[in-house]
Design a protein around this ligand. Sequence first.
Ligand SMILES: NC(=O)c1ccc[n+]([C@@H]2O[C@H](COP(=O)([O-])OP(=O)(O)OC[C@H]3O[C@@H](n4cnc5c(N)ncnc54)[C@H](O)[C@@H]3O)[C@@H](O)[C@H]2O)c1
Ligand SMILES: [Zn+2]
Ligand SMILES: [Zn+2]
Length: 340
Amino acid sequence: MKTIVCEEPYRFVLKETETPVPAAGEALIKIRRIGICGTDLHAYRGNQPFFTYPRILGHELSGEIAGLGPETSGFALGDRVTVMPYLECGKCIACRSGRTNCCTSLLTLGVHCDGGMQEYYVMPVDHLIKADGLSLDQAAVVECLCIGAHAVERAALRQDEFALVIGAGPIGLGAMKYAKLAGAKVIAMDINEERLAFCKSWAPADYTVNVGNDPLRHIAEITGGDMPTAVLDATGNAKSMEASFQYAANGGRIVFVGLVKSDITFNDPEFHRKELTLMSSRNATRRNFEQVIDSIRGGHVDTDRFITHKSSFEQMIGVYDAWLKPETGVIKAMVEIGND
Ligand SMILES: NC(=O)c1ccc[n+]([C@@H]2O[C@H](COP(=O)([O-])OP(=O)(O)OC[C@H]3O[C@@H](n4cnc5c(N)ncnc54)[C@H](O)[C@@H]3O)[C@@H](O)[C@H]2O)c1
Ligand SMILES: [Zn+2]
Ligand SMILES: [Zn+2]
């Protein structure tokens, strides 16, 4: 079978490898779609610390079951599936309390171990979710949308409260979508006007604010002086995360879904005066996957406009560099294997 290996930064190589055989509890998946995300782009550029090469990328995966080992009841050959790409230990304190998304020894496919940028992949069936009623494209954007859905779950958004989502990349867009579905009034903020326009039509965000244009005043005006009771930062920018404290209402919650490889500092008197709650949000759980699949099935998510770029498996190596450039208008790029 064909496999694309990231041999070192800026170098992919197409290789022929052995098709794996599923063991007990595992399925062989014919991979049909591979979504490309910021994490992959960082790995490709070599600015993902602790990342080792060679590595097979790919964690946003959909496909069809092409083989089953023993003890895999509930699945059949040909089933369309979405992959939950986080391998948890099942035993640690986080796993024991159902928080497998932050397992103490979590392995994410394509990051800590080889991922699915290959024609076939073997996966434990308890990490597969049937995606009946979804297209292959839709089944491959589930994981990315789950990150935002999980952040919204962390924020425990309520009907009609104001939620400010900072950062309008794929992760922030997912947060906006599930904040809207939770009934919140969504304010989208970014530095990029084109992305803000997309938020307004796609999520759809109720309001947009450009960070470059007196954001504090605009947000105060939108919320009638109250300020948003929930602030979700999905920028991956330390300055933005630090600034998020000033946008939150007294008694509000801040969720860092974007992450940075540095320290974050904040002013304790402001944090205390407002009695803020600060949370991080990591990955997603099965519950989030099921929620996102249901929302797509229910027609609540326009996945066609979310996927902006496509290529075949063979052509991917040639077009990948273009997907690194924001001026191409990329939101979600998708690699296709097969013709439908
Ligand atoms: N929680 C998780 O498990 C998880 C999973 C995947 C990705 N992430 C993280 O989420 C973050 C966002 O990912 P993405 O793929 O959407 O990234 P992206 O780069 O596509 O989007 C980030 C957006 O933030 C905007 N932005 C940057 N600086 C800003 C600022 N100072 N103020 C306002 N807007 C600003 C950019 O214009 C861009 O639209 C990254 O940090 C990524 O590592 C987290
Ligand atoms: Zn991702
Ligand atoms: Zn664990």
